[in-house]
Design a protein around this ligand. Structure first.
Ligand SMILES: NC(=O)c1ccc[n+]([C@@H]2O[C@H](COP(=O)([O-])OP(=O)(O)OC[C@H]3O[C@@H](n4cnc5c(N)ncnc54)[C@H](OP(=O)(O)O)[C@@H]3O)[C@@H](O)[C@H]2O)c1
Length: 291
């Protein structure tokens, strides 16, 4: 049996689909079992609880040989890095309590860096805490999610603008679809010889202008990238619903991406996903337009 956190989320849902299709038995930690009722119907064992709750995690991990540890984003939390630490600490305690053989942590590019990475610092801390949680620990470090563009997709659709904090509109950055992350997580979870570190990006790199082009093509309208001034970033993020601490961290992360500081370490296995940004975006348009 394999255990997962975040089965109703972007990467966890894809990982669960892939593992169920291969015939694996699954157990999952969920906050609200009603939201995962379809998974229960597929035979997934659901354990109700919070990711910070070591006892709930212990129940979810019990009987599993490997677990997918996805630390949920906590954008309203006053101490987002502290939240990552709390969840990682609970997961370590649970993994050791049940004698888990293998653990796959969803981390991030830039988690090898000690500062200047915004929320990625929480994942660096999680990597440190979970390093001895199981005999075999795999850190899966994906690039910037292609799905991050989803938060400004509606503005592109309604106003033809794509706000971005990427400073050089033509600089190409690694980006990866969450479907590729989920499939990679599934493969690593099922692999008794999974490597300690995997860095994952998509089939090609994209600039903000590439993203505007892909979104414009999918929508069938012109879409222009627009760059709010640096001084306005945190206010814009807070208006979008993020807490002040998370907004500050995200602004720091974009500074790090723009300067080239936030990047892959180049260590471990370098893997490529298969989904293009154009394909990811086309799926959003299909979902928005009922057949
Ligand atoms: N965005 C990026 O570019 C990027 C890049 C690298 C790494 N990451 C990392 O990727 C992770 C996010 O992965 P994702 O996109 O798959 O997540 P996601 O789609 O945001 O899903 C979060 C999942 O966690 C569950 N959840 C939320 N809060 C919870 C809590 N307190 N206790 C238990 N479960 C909880 C949600 O379930 P319910 O809501 O149904 O309860 C959902 O299944 C984060 O750790 C982030 O730092 C992001």
């Amino acid at each position: 049996m394999l255990a997962l956190i975040g089965i109703t989320g972007q990467t966890g849902a894809v990982a669960a689909d892939a593992l169920l299709a291969q015939g694996h038995r699954l157990s999952a930690l969920v906050r609200d079992p009603a939201r995962a009722a379809a998974r229960a119907a597929q035979g997934v064992r659901l354990e109700q609880g919070e990711a910070r709750d070591a006892e709930a995690l212990r129940r979810a991990f019990d009987g599993a040989e490997a677990a997918y540890v996805m630390i949920p984003p906590a954008p309203a939390h006053p101490d987002p890095v502290g939240f990552y630490v709390e969840v990682a600490t609970a997961a370590r305690q649970a993994a050791r309590a049940v004698g888990l053989a293998r653990l796959v942590l969803l981390s991030s590019e830039g988690a090898h860096l000690a500062a200047g990475t915004g929320p990625i610092l929480g994942l660096r801390r999680a990597e440190e805490i979970l390093a001895d949680a199981a005999p075999r620990v795999t850190r899966l470090r994906p690039a910037y999610f292609q799905e991050n563009w989803r938060s400004v997709f509606d503005l592109a659709a309604t106003q033809g603008i794509l706000p971005t904090m990427l400073a050089d509109l033509d600089a190409r950055h690694p980006m990866v679809a969450t479907a590729d992350i989920g499939r990679t997580a599934a493969a690593l979870l099922a692999d008794a010889a999974a490597p300690p570190l995997v860095e994952l990006e998509g089939p090609e790199r994209y600039s903000a202008r590439d993203a505007a082009r892909a979104i414009g093509a999918a929508l069938g309208r012109d879409v222009a990238p627009v760059q709010p001034p640096r001084a306005a970033w945190e206010g814009i993020l807070e208006e979008a619903g993020l807490g002040a601490a998370y907004a500050r961290l995200l602004a720091e992360m974009y500074d790090g991406i723009n300067s080239g500081h936030v990047d892959f370490s180049g260590q471990g296995e370098q893997r490529r996903g298969r989904d293009s940004l154009a394909g990811t975006v086309a799926a959003w348009v299909r979902q928005a337009v009922p057949a």
